[in-house]
Design a binder for this molecule. Structure first.
Ligand SMILES: N[C@@H](CCC(=O)N[C@@H](CS)C(=O)NCC(=O)O)C(=O)O
Length: 208
């Protein structure tokens, strides 16, 4: 069985959403990304995951895969019929990769790390200044569209859903009608709603 190393409501949520959308059972292993402790184990997470970050997927043969963009596409390709990623070679596959990269770099790292990880005030101010422009790019793209790419929910939507939830939590203005409608639409999906519900509960316990 696949194993997903995750921290509740961290970016690994996108992988849980993708697994649940694909109907793939997995063994979920909770990591404290601050102390690097894995629940139920005495060892240091970095001994199996040198980057120390989630998500990490352990494949059936024991190999590990990291980086949301790669893990999400791997999950999608396990169930091509799910439509979670268009087939390799199609332009829309590159569109999904384009959005995975944008979410992972311009929404996630460019904003959330300076805000939450030991940054000084100047770094925080600069990240805040930049994020509105990047959010506007997403809002304009979603205007008149149901999903980021094509007519179906893809792993790029799983990644964006997580990023928007974190941006909203951080007080970023997501009031553009296309973003409001998008967040409502994706959270009507049972897999998305269940994945978020599970992780919110685990997060509450983790910080209690
Ligand atoms: N580039 C990686 C970033 C992963 C990442 O930053 N994960 C965060 C949680 S959202 C983490 O585990 N941080 C702990 C750390 O970097 O020490 C990806 O896209 O998967």
């Amino acid at each position: 069985m696949l194993q997903l190393y995750f921290f509740p409501m961290a970016c690994s949520l996108a992988c849980r959403i993708a697994l649940m959308e694909a109907g793939i059972e997995a063994d979920y292993r909770q990591v404290d990304i601050f102390t690097k402790k894995v629940s139920g184990s005495a060892g240091d997470y970095r001994s199996i995951a040198p980057k120390g970050a989630v998500p990490m997927l352990v494949l059936e043969d024991g190999q590990t895969l990291t980086e949301n963009a790669a893990v999400l596409q791997y999950i999608a390709d396990l169930r091509p019929e799910s439509g979670l990623a268009p087939p390799p070679g199609k332009l829309d596959r590159y569109r999904v990769q384009e959005w995975l990269s944008f979410v992972g770099t311009e929404l996630h790292k460019a904003f959330l790390f300076p805000m939450f990880w030991y940054a000084n005030d100047a770094a925080k101010a600069s990240a805040r200044e930049r994020i509105d422009g990047n959010v506007a790019v997403v809002a304009a793209h979603l205007d008149g569209r149901s999903f980021l790419v094509g007519e179906r929910f893809t792993v790029a939507d799983a990644h964006l859903t997580w990023a928007l939830l974190l941006l909203r939590f951080s007080g970023i203005d997501l009031s553009a009608p296309s973003l409001v409608a998008y967040l409502e639409r994706v959270q009507q999906r049972p897999a998305v709603r269940n994945a978020i519900g599970i992780e919110m509960e685990l997060r509450r316990k983790a910080v209690a």
